[in-house]
Design a binder for this molecule. Sequence first.
Ligand SMILES: [Zn+2]
Ligand SMILES: [Zn+2]
Length: 193
Amino acid sequence: MAVTVSVASLPRQEGSSQPWVNDIPAPPEFGLELLKVPEGSPMHIDLLLQSVSEGVLVQGTADVHLVGQCARCLRDIEDAYREQITELVYYPERKAAFLEEGDEEVEESQEIVDDSFDLEAMLRDSIVPNLPFRPLCRPDCPGLCPECGERWDDLPEDHHHDHFDSRFDGLAALQAQMEADQMGADESEQDQA
Ligand SMILES: [Zn+2]
Ligand SMILES: [Zn+2]
């Protein structure tokens, strides 16, 4: 069920205003792959609704709780997040008039339906595009060692994987094997003589 805000008691006279302050439970699927608002967590919404000639101007803040994973080291992230909200919700007849005039920008805008507007859609449009696709636990997170997958933060400063040495070990073993074969061949030659 979508969360709606009623503007029925807001006088339509320009300049009239009314606060709308509420805690609402976060709807499902709110956020991105690596960072989201957990379903049911409280979203604190603090808005001022104001009548303007085109409709209702909605301004205020949304305080939400974010959880996710660092895109580099996969560590859990928890954070408080505040979004500023400024949206104009059109009276249907005003939106229709703008569209008739060829103003395509209003097409995406909400309109007041049954004396209310869709707060959930407004919150999604305001918050989700501003969340980082690749959230980080901290700006300079060093991530994981690409060889062993351990967090650099958990590894000693001199942690490294010695590619050169292991390849050299292989070559040395091969060389020793060839030398052994050669000695065996020499011995069999001597036997024949
Ligand atoms: Zn990290
Ligand atoms: Zn490593």
